[in-house]
Design a protein around this ligand. Structure first.
Ligand code: ZN
Length: 136
């Protein structure tokens, strides 16, 4: 996995767990991401050094405000794309996740502003999850 892609994948998963009110730990991330605990620890260390996460022994992993902002942006991109694929491109809802996983890594804010506009700023993805309100 490319570096940025991997980082974004972690942030997205942590956001998902946090929204589900789950305690975020190395072992739970290792389980949901299907990678070893030592890889998870390494990545968490990196994200802490980038000031995106806070982590201390025996405490849950948490976002910094910067980290949460970035995670919300990635999740919004993913869910907007899923909605776009269903509403505009007429894909079936069950087939859009994997495509969104690829498209969500596009940087261009202009692209996502356009997508939001084309969807009339709708706030729920095709699977019923809320799309974080993000200004691109
Ligand atoms: Zn998805």
């Amino acid at each position: 996995m490319r570096k940025t892609k991997e980082k974004e994948h972690y942030l997205k998963e942590i956001y998902r767990l946090e929204t589900a009110s789950e305690i975020v730990s190395v072992s739970c991330l290792s389980k949901v991401l299907g990678v070893s605990k030592s890889s998870v620890s390494n990545m968490i260390k990196k994200l802490v050094s980038m000031d995106l996460l806070n982590s201390a022994p025996y405490k849950a992993i948490e976002f910094t405000s910067e980290g949460r902002k970035l995670a919300r942006t990635i999740v919004a991109k993913h869910r907007l794309i899923e909605l776009f694929l269903v509403e505009i491109m007429e894909f079936q809802p069950e087939s859009v996740h994997d495509i969104a996983e690829e498209i969500e890594h596009i940087e261009s804010p202009a692209f996502f502003r356009k997508v939001q506009k084309m969807l009339n700023n709708r706030d729920t993805d095709p699977h019923g999850s809320p799309i974080p309100d993000v200004k691109f």
